[in-house]
Design a protein around this ligand. Structure first.
Ligand code: HEC
Length: 225
C-alpha cells in the first residue's frame, strides 16, 4: 500500500477524516456534555429572560385584534407555544437557506452582529436541530431580537422591498391577513415568526433595545444551574 502514491493519498484522506471527526464531533461532545438543556418553558420564564414576554406583550399592544384571535392571552404558556410554532415556520419556510444563526470568531463578525456565539446558546429545545444555516444570502439572525420593531418585521415579511429597497428576500404574504380597511396585520403564522425572530439573541445582556432589562444575562444563569 505504501509503495503507491494513491495508497498514501488514501491513507492520508482517511486520517484527515478521522482527525476532523474527533476534533469536530468527539471533542465538543466530551467538552459540553454536562451543559443543561433548557426547555422552551424555561426560555420564556421572565426570571430567566424578561425580553421574550416583553416582546409578546408588545405584539399584543400593536395588534390587539389579531393577537386576541390567534393567541388569546399574553401568558407564558402561550408564549412558549408561539415560539415553538415560530421555530417550525422558520424550518418549514427554509429561512435557514439564506440566514445563519452563528456569529463566528473570525472576520470581525462580532463588530457587525454582537458577541460571538457560545455553545450554551444552542443548549435548548428550540435549537433542535440547530439552526446554524447553510449559507448567508441575508445577514446572520442570531442577534436579531430587539434590533427592529415588530411592525418593521411585519412590513418586511409583507414586502421586503418596503423596508429594504433592492432586497432579494422573498415576500411572505401568507404571514399576514388583509383587513377590509387599514394595513395587513399578522396572522397566527406572522405572530409566531415575528416572536421567534425577536427571541433570537434576546437572552444576551448587550443593550440592543432600550427596553431590554436583562441585567445579568441568561447565559450566566443557565451556566450556574
Ligand atoms: C432567498 C434568500 C432569503 C430567504 C429564503 C429569507 N431571507 Fe431574510 N433576508 C434575505 C436578505 C438578502 C436580507 C437583507 C435585505 C432585507 O432586509 O430584506 C434579509 C433580511 C432579513 C431580516 C432583516 C435582518 C436585519 O435586521 O437587517 C430578517 C429578520 C429576515 N430576513 C428574516 C427571514 C425569515 C424569518 C425568513 C423565512 C421566513 C427569511 N428571512 C427568508 C434573504 C432571505
Amino acid at each position: 500500500m505504501f509503495e503507491s502514491k494513491s495508497g498514501i493519498l488514501l491513507l492520508a484522506g482517511l486520517g484527515f477524516f478521522l482527525l476532523a471527526f474527533v476534533s469536530n464531533a468527539v471533542v465538543p461532545i466530551l467538552m459540553f456534555r454536562d451543559l443543561p438543556e433548557q426547555s422552551v418553558e424555561e426560555l420564556v420564564d421572565p426570571t430567566v429572560n424578561k425580553n421574550v414576554m416583553a416582546e409578546l406583550r408588545d405584539l399584543q399592544q400593536r395588534y390587539p385584534e389579531s393577537f386576541a384571535q390567534y393567541v388569546g392571552e399574553a401568558t407564558e404558556e402561550n408564549c412558549a407555544e408561539l415560539l415553538e410554532r415560530g421555530r417550525d415556520i422558520y424550518v418549514g419556510e427554509g429561512c435557514w437557506h439564506c440566514h445563519s444563526q452563528f456569529v463566528r470568531p473570525v472576520s470581525n463578525e462580532s463588530k457587525r452582529w454582537g458577541p460571538v456565539a457560545e455553545p450554551i446558546e444552542y443548549q435548548n429545545e428550540l435549537q433542535r436541530p440547530v439552526m446554524f444555516g447553510t449559507r448567508r444570502v441575508g445577514p446572520d439572525l442570531s442577534r436579531e431580537g430587539g434590533r427592529r420593531g415588530s411592525d418593521w418585521h411585519v412590513a418586511h415579511f409583507w414586502d421586503p422591498q418596503l423596508t429594504s429597497p433592492g432586497s432579494i428576500m422573498p415576500a411572505y404574504k401568507w404571514f399576514l391577513d388583509e383587513p377590509e380597511s387599514g394595513p395587513p396585520t399578522p396572522n397566527a403564522k406572522g405572530l409566531a415568526i415575528v416572536l421567534y425572530v425577536q427571541w433570537l439573541g434576546s437572552w444576551l445582556e448587550f443593550p440592543i433595545s432600550p427596553y431590554y432589562e436583562n441585567v445579568e444575562g441568561v447565559l450566566g444563569k443557565a451556566a450556574a444551574r
